[in-house]
Design a protein around this ligand. Structure first.
Ligand SMILES: C[S@@+](CC[C@H](N)C(=O)[O-])C[C@H]1O[C@@H](n2cnc3c(N)ncnc32)[C@H](O)[C@@H]1O
Length: 283
């Protein structure tokens, strides 16, 4: 049987499984769901081993993989990017409860040996203060460091978590990281939401960028008043388009606030040179 026919059959099969999944997951106990997900992960790794997963087969991957609430949300961009870029070394500013981190790591592990995937997460964890909620436009208390560490270490990836304000933790981290000549291929900036904190995070993290690094920002808002204080708009709009390739990612999501609806996108930034090289080589 031809590979493309086999791929079509598998794709149809996964669509069917995805439909059944929604029904079944409401009936199955949580521990069995975890087991099922692990089996699917192993199945994907097997497909990769026999070269059935190609770089453009993202939809194939996504049918069953996503937790239901992730599908069609803006967070899908994280997994799609990691999948397509085959990222292995991940930074997330704003790990929070580690839910998206967990799925980002598992996605990276499809293409890389499980223990070769590195995740570096930054958050306030218990250091989070009442006043940070208003200042950083973030309404929830993040969970405890230990809880998140245990959850992420269950993936068997190398997990490095840094507790504290990124204005303090990032410069030290970057200094050591560069000295040790490590590489980063995926960065997600989603910590404090104030214009000032996002700019600080960018100014630190851009030092780790090379032509293989993709940076995703959350919190690109569709509101002229809000963006003066919060979100990445002012920063993104100030970046030099000759140096950076910038893409506002879909879907746009709507978040209900006290004053009305806030529309939010993610933004992808990478060094332009690589994009040009990729286009020339028709990757
Ligand atoms: C929107 S949540 C992150 C959500 C997470 N990235 C996800 O996809 O599920 C923002 C997180 O950033 C953390 N945070 C806010 N300000 C911060 C700062 N200045 N330094 C480090 N972490 C910060 C908060 O504790 C919170 O957990």
């Amino acid at each position: 049987m031809r590979k493309s026919t086999l791929r079509n059959i598998l794709s149809l099969l996964l669509k069917l499984i995805a439909r059944i999944k929604v029904y079944l997951f409401s009936k199955i106990p949580q521990n069995q769901i975890v087991l099922l997900k692990e089996l699917y992960f192993r199945f994907l790794k097997f497909l990769k081993e026999i070269n059935l997963i190609m770089s453009n087969s993202y939809s194939f991957f996504s049918y069953f993989w996503y937790p239901y609430k992730l599908r069609d949300s803006r967070y899908e961009n994280l997994l799609r990017t990691i999948y397509k870029e085959k990222s292995c070394n991940l930074i997330e500013v704003g790990t929070s409860d580690g839910e998206h981190a967990y799925h980002m790591i598992k996605t990276a592990q499809i293409f890389h040996p499980i223990n070769k995937v590195n995740y570096y997460g930054f958050d306030l964890f218990e250091v989070f203060m009442e006043e940070d909620m208003g200042k950083e436009y973030y309404p929830k208390q993040p969970p405890k460091f230990k809880y998140v560490k245990n959850k992420l270490e269950a993936t068997k990836a190398n997990i490095y978590l840094y507790k504290g304000y990124t204005k303090d933790t990032l410069p030290k981290f970057i200094d050591t990281f560069k000295k040790e000549n490590h590489k980063i291929d995926f960065i997600f900036i989603d910590g404090g939401h104030s214009v000032n904190t996002i700019s600080l995070d960018w100014n630190n993290l851009k030092n780790l960028m090379d032509y293989n690094t993709v940076i995703i920002f959350d919190d690109y808002y569709d509101n002229d008043e809000i963006i003066q204080k919060y979100g990445c708009n002012l920063l993104i709009d100030s970046l030099n388009r000759d140096i950076y390739e910038i893409e506002i990612l879909k879907p746009q999501e709507q978040s209900l606030q006290d004053w009305g609806i806030l529309k939010i996108n993610m933004v992808k930034v990478r060094l332009k040179h690589q994009i040009q090289a990729e286009k020339n080589n028709k990757f």
